[in-house]
Design a protein around this ligand. Structure first.
Ligand code: C2E
Ligand code: MG
Ligand code: MG
Ligand code: MG
Length: 286
């Protein structure tokens, strides 16, 4: 990993052009067409074990390849998709595409999981647990191959149906991760009500990790999470110093530009999967 850290393959090329910030109106107008014409792609970002550097999972992150506007980031169009009732279709596409990709990676001998982001609208759908179970079956995956990420703010907004669905997903054996942890209301009481397995600490806590309150907050979230038997992932790790501090704090996994940004499948393979074929023995897989 150390060697690869400085490389950041294809960063420029694949970073979205936020400069063009298209209007919500334009987004809304073009989105339905995009859904019907397959204009979305998934990029994948590695999540690694903070101590060993072993890649445990890849997070699937959606991008919209707009024919005129170029690559558009999810924060620009996911909220619009929710408003327009298109998130169900998009979410289904994300789930199936990520499962198909993981199936292909497994078939090629790569042992990892995939993490998929769910929106609150998806969790409110009556059939979501069946949809997920079908996708797993269709692509020959085990429930613990899949992590479903929902943001902390979704947890706060979850209605009974959403909570019921979360329970069903957990019952299937799918791991649930709380995304952007620390940015919501953080009453923490939902940690008792929801069958959460993973906490992803938001990257806003990483910037000033060296000293000051963030360091205390992160250390305490990690110890709280461990007492609750949760796995901790810290997002947005960009420097070796941050990684080292987090490792010492007992953080389980890290994700961020230091290890690698999100990449389309072929580049993800070249950067993170192909090199692993050269490692001699990986103890977990003996
Ligand atoms: P997220 O799930 O918290 O994903 C992490 C975001 O941080 C990603 O932005 C990722 O590219 C970015 N990131 C990763 N490492 C670093 C780093 O070291 N530094 C910085 N500054 N940023 C980093 P992205 O891809 O633009 O996604 C934004 C959000 O959109 C995601 O946040 C997630 O909430 C949502 N999203 C992404 N894909 C999907 C999807 O398929 N469905 C739904 N419903 N939401 C999605
Ligand atoms: Mg996420
Ligand atoms: Mg996040
Ligand atoms: Mg986020």
């Amino acid at each position: 990993w150390n060697q690869r850290r400085s490389v950041r393959p294809g960063r420029r090329l694949h970073q979205a052009t936020d400069a063009t910030a298209p209007s919500r109106l334009r987004i809304g107008r073009d989105l339905r067409h995009a859904v019907e014409h397959d204009e979305f792609v998934l990029h994948y970002q590695p999540e690694i074990d903070a101590s060993t550097g072993h890649m445990v999972a890849a997070e699937a992150l959606i991008r919209w390849q707009h024919p005129q506007l170029g690559m558009i980031r999810p924060n620009t169009f996911i909220p619009v998709a929710e408003d327009q009732g298109l998130i169900g279709k998009i979410g289904q596409w994300v789930l199936e595409t990520a499962c198909a990709q993981l199936h292909a990676w497994h078939a090629a001998g790569h042992d990892l999981r995939v993490a998929v982001n769910f929106s609150v609208e998806q969790l409110r759908r009556r059939d979501i647990a069946d949809t997920v179970a079908n996708a797993l079956e269709r692509f020959d995956l085990q429930p613990d191959d899949l992590v479903v990420e929902i943001t902390e703010s979704i947890c706060m907004r979850a209605n009974d149906r959403a909570r019921e669905n979360v329970a069903r997903l957990a019952h299937l054996g799918i791991r649930l991760a709380i995304d952007d942890f620390g940015t919501g209301y953080s009453s923490l009481s939902y940690l008792k009500r929801m069958p959460v397995r993973i906490l992803k600490i938001d990257r806003s806590f990483v910037v000033d990790l060296a000293d000051g309150p963030d360091s205390t907050i992160v250390r305490n979230i990690i110890s709280l999470a461990h007492e609750l038997d949760l796995i901790v992932i810290v997002e947005g790790v960009e420097t070796p110093a941050q990684h080292e501090l987090l490792r010492v704090m007992g953080c389980d996994m890290v994700q961020g530009y230091l290890v690698g940004e999100s990449l389309p499948p072929a580049l993800f393979h070249d950067a993170f999967l192909a090199p692993r074929q050269h490692t001699i023995v990986e103890p977990e897989r003996i």
